[in-house]
Design a protein around this ligand. Structure first.
Ligand code: SAH
Length: 250
């Protein structure tokens, strides 16, 4: 591996285990054609994507990594910039799988972007901080959060495997978890999506309170039909419960 001093502010922890890199890319489903990789670094995942003949495009913000990639993968389509700033519908106007050993400092922002562009992204395979991965997968209980609910509405989510600190250069402080999200059949919510998002956010922003209290700012209609739900806390609600709640907001 090339000697590159990792840049902490860019969340750089380079994977240094080919077996794990191969295992991650193998999680992409058979019928995948287009793949976009966020933060390829020195291309440890990328090389497998290319070997498997996916139409691969990568987005990398770090100049040094970009020039390394240009030298070593002259045919690779590289976007030199910040993934969060890309208008995906304009730049990549097609359906693609998203993959990456994601920069951990922006993992939530990446996932919110996935949510906003879900109709273009049938699949995500990625490595996150283990704790974040567990939160996304969590269906009920303490680890559940805003992103768990939003993503679980539109994706089936699977925890694939845990990766130890020592296979990275430099090693991160925490373990990592690989998850796979597969778009489900739900085309859109039966309620207003913006309202739904607001409700989910409000509920989790004051997650210790019952919904009756955390949703005080909203005007609820037919309250008597949802008294049971209002006595619960955010983490106790299923996706369908949140839909019901949204349905009762004016
Ligand atoms: N995939 C490589 C590198 C992982 S480290 C490996 O597994 O070894 C995370 C990578 O994301 C780094 O290369 C970092 O430069 C890049 N990165 C960080 N923020 C980014 C952003 N906003 N947009 C695109 N790439 C980013």
């Amino acid at each position: 591996m090339k000697d590159v001093r990792a840049k902490k502010h860019l969340g750089q922890h380079f994977l240094n285990d080919l077996r794990i890199a191969s295992d991650i890319t193998t999680l992409l489903s058979e019928n995948t054609k287009n793949v976009i990789e966020i933060g390829p670094g020195m291309g440890i995942l990328t090389q497998f994507l290319l070997k498997k003949n996916y139409k691969t495009q990568v987005v990398e913000i770090d100049r040094e990594s970009v020039s390394y990639l240009r030298r070593n993968y002259p045919n690779l389509n590289i976007h030199d910039g910040d993934f969060l700033k890309i208008n995906l519908k304009e730049k990549y106007p097609f359906s693609f799988a998203l993959i990456g050993n994601f920069p951990y400092n922006i993992s939530s922002q990446i996932l919110f972007k996935v949510f906003e562009n879900k109709d273009q992204i049938p699949e995500i395979v990625g490595m996150f901080q283990k704790e974040v991965a567990e939160r996304i997968v969590c269906k009920k209980g303490k680890k559940k959060g805003i992103l768990s609910v939003l993503l679980q509405v539109f994706y089936d989510i699977e925890y694939c495997f845990t990766v130890n600190e020592d296979v990275f250069i430099p090693p991160p402080k925490v373990k990592s978890g690989v998850i796979k999200l597969t778009r489900n059949n739900r085309e859109h919510l039966p309620v207003d999506e913006k309202k739904f998002k607001q409700i989910v956010k409000a509920a989790f922003n004051q997650k210790r309170k019952t919904l009756r209290n955390s949703l005080k700012a909203f005007e609820l209609i037919n309250k008597q039909k949802i008294t049971d739900l209002l006595n619960l806390r955010a983490e106790q609600l299923s996706v369908d419960n949140f839909i019901t709640l949204t349905d009762h907001v004016r």
